[in-house]
Design a protein around this ligand. Sequence first.
Ligand SMILES: Cc1cc2nc3c(=O)[nH]c(=O)nc-3n(C[C@H](O)[C@H](O)[C@H](O)COP(=O)(O)OP(=O)(O)OC[C@H]3O[C@@H](n4cnc5c(N)ncnc54)[C@H](O)[C@@H]3O)c2cc1C
Ligand code: FES
Length: 368
Amino acid sequence: MLLLYSIISVVVLVILLCFIILLLEKILGFSGEVEVSVNSEKTFKAKRGLKLLPVLAENNIYLPAACGSKGNCGRCRLKVISGGGYPTALEKISLSEKDIKEGLRLACQVKIRENLILDIPKELLNARSFNAKLIEIKDLAYKIKGLRFKLEDGEKLNFEAGQYIQITKDLPRERAVRAYSISSSPNIKDEFTLDIQLVDGGLMSSYLHSLKLDTIISFCGSFGDMYVNSENKSDCFLLVAGGVGLAPMRSIISYLIENSSKSKIILFHGVRSKKNLYFENEYKKLQKDNSNFEYYPVLSEPALEDGWIGKTGLVTQALEEYLNEKNIISSSLQAYLCGPSKMMEVTTKLLLEKGIESSKIHSDPFSF
Ligand SMILES: Cc1cc2nc3c(=O)[nH]c(=O)nc-3n(C[C@H](O)[C@H](O)[C@H](O)COP(=O)(O)OP(=O)(O)OC[C@H]3O[C@@H](n4cnc5c(N)ncnc54)[C@H](O)[C@@H]3O)c2cc1C
Ligand code: FES
């Protein structure tokens, strides 16, 4: 009997405590939900304890997030006007002191704890989510596949030449989000192509290389500041790509040629050996047919059987020799760089030394 009384007392006590907690939450505003306000235009509820980046995506606000929320690409930055708590150690590495003072934060690192007031650049609010069907697979080069997708439901993808999308897929080890540059022309809106390099042990690139025709993928976009559109007027576009960094350049070249640009277009493409080179024949033909297009493939380690008679060494060395020989540098020259971080670092240094203003050097590293 005593045991029954004890059990009943405990149960009553627990119910009473729960009731008091719920009452306090209601009175003091400690409910499981908070309010998130974006640019004083959009407000939505969000659960406490969740990370801000996926919550924004659930509310149709897609920020660039090229490192898959690891906190090291710095692309998911936004301004937290109030309610973000203190920056994490990772944010202190990715953001400068000045950024932090101005209230910049990484959405992938901000944990929702209280009401939030956010300021997100307007152009980022244009990104949307889409589904697309794989309609063509091509072997472009060693470990590089060209995948062509058609947008579902008659949707159109608006993007600028040089921009990228983010593919999301629940894979065995994680919910993977990775960035891929669009390699097709922005003049085609219902289809697009990606050039995907297989990274050994890479989650998303292995998944994309294993895709079968008719598979539907989900992605959001478009993103990126490295692009060419009708506002970028220049006498000369200098494009420097390393490996699969050719992808955004392919889009830029298509855009310029299709729009009958009179600008000079100079493409340097650095790869290890001939098997890593792609679109060589197409660009050789384009060079023949267009007096304003110059193409320089550069092999850093040509194999004996390559029989290579073109430029060799690092792409930056070949570019330096070219710049020393030809007088192409003018105040209107715009340079676009894409590839491994090291190549981009060295090329940027070279271009600055040659007197090109930093505002005319546009780049998007594939690694971070
Ligand atoms: C803006 C942007 C645009 C991009 N566009 C393209 C594109 O057009 N085509 C394309 O193929 N890739 C592109 N990438 C790279 C792509 O987003 C992925 O990082 C890449 O596919 C590897 O992802 P994963 O999931 O296969 O590898 P993960 O599972 O993320 O990595 C597996 C291992 O490989 C290492 N690793 C990751 N990336 C590379 C790399 N590139 N080279 C060598 N080792 C690596 C990692 O450090 C890790 O140890 C782009 C990246 C950015 C930021
Ligand atoms: S997603 Fe890369 S830093 Fe946030």
